[in-house]
Ligand binder design. Sequence first.
Ligand code: NAD
Ligand code: UDP
Length: 338
Amino acid sequence: MTDDRFSYATPRDAQTAKRIAVSGGAGFLGSHLCGRLIDAGHHVTCIDNFHTGRHANVAHLMSSDRFHLVAQDINEPLDEALGRFDQIYNLACPASPVHYQYDRVKTAMTCSIGTLNLLKRAAADGARFFQASTSEIYGDPEIHPQVESYRGNVNTVGPRSCYDEGKRFAETLVTDFGQQHGLTTRIVRIFNTYGPRMHPDDGRVVSNFIVQALAGRDITIYGTGEQTRSFCFVDDLIEGFIRLMETDEEIDGPVNIGNPNEITVNDLARRVIALSGSGSRLVYHPLPIDDPRRRKPDISRALAHLRWSPLVPLEEGLEQTIAYFAGELEGQRLAQSG
Ligand code: NAD
Ligand code: UDP
């Protein structure tokens, strides 16, 4: 990662380099986080069960002797032989509705038992603990934009509940466990994020639209397309993660990290079509159950505590993501042809 817009004060010598565990490190966000931490000189242990993660996402890190890949489910306790950690980032959990609904009980367990296993390890090691939460904990929000003090409008028994309620429970667990065991904990509420290494089949709107546009297939809009989201480019998000983990400022409670630039799904589709030079048509499908109508982060807390705000405009981020998927699709085409 050579983009000098993203920098944070970091130890670059052997004495101050940290030992950091990243669960879910072979996934979309986790692989970018591992890369940033390796670039900063740290020792990174990536723990992943490869449910949605891919070896290809971390292939570029395998040559570093500071990067260790461990194939493990966090629902099992971490092996003590992995050594002591200074920091643990918990990103392990499928994030797209298609994947987290594939085995809903497993998703709920990963958020609960899996998180508890990592917290116990953090307590044993005296490690700082970072929990990847989500804007989904706000459900279909009645407050707009969403501030951290908003408590949400979530269905406990719908198709999204294993994830939404799983992540809500994880926030409670991390907070209570941290207080009872004297751990420093961080909770980030991540809003929709996109960028290279998204899974082409994960069903999320950015990846779906780009793959459809590049293949010249119809763009599938769910509902009227007038629902909104606010899309953050992955490099911006990871910068926010690291600032939140590294700050020694007292941070009381969760922090929203996301891009407040809100657009409709229709508008996103039109931009993807224009930027990819595609002739795809828009087609409309039923809206999934409990699909939030709008979403936009209030990032005042991130700005105040971390001096963080996103820097990458949507057009620029989409161009990079389209170039990534074009390369992926070309690779698939070549593999199939020969
Ligand atoms: P992803 O699906 O690409 O990555 C998740 C990773 O966790 C994968 O590598 C997967 O194999 C691994 N994993 C899942 N269950 C596991 C388990 N039980 N044990 C070990 N590894 C396991 O998703 P992502 O977009 O990179 O999301 C990462 C985290 O960020 C998730 O916790 C997700 O809830 C959160 N998040 C992401 C977004 C987003 O827009 N990408 C938004 C809100 C929250
Ligand atoms: N969506 C869509 N077409 C798709 C995939 C998603 O219109 O092919 C919609 C989806 O219904 C939602 C929005 O895009 O309103 C964002 O969906 P995504 O799954 O990316 O994220 P989330 O709903 O978790 O915010």
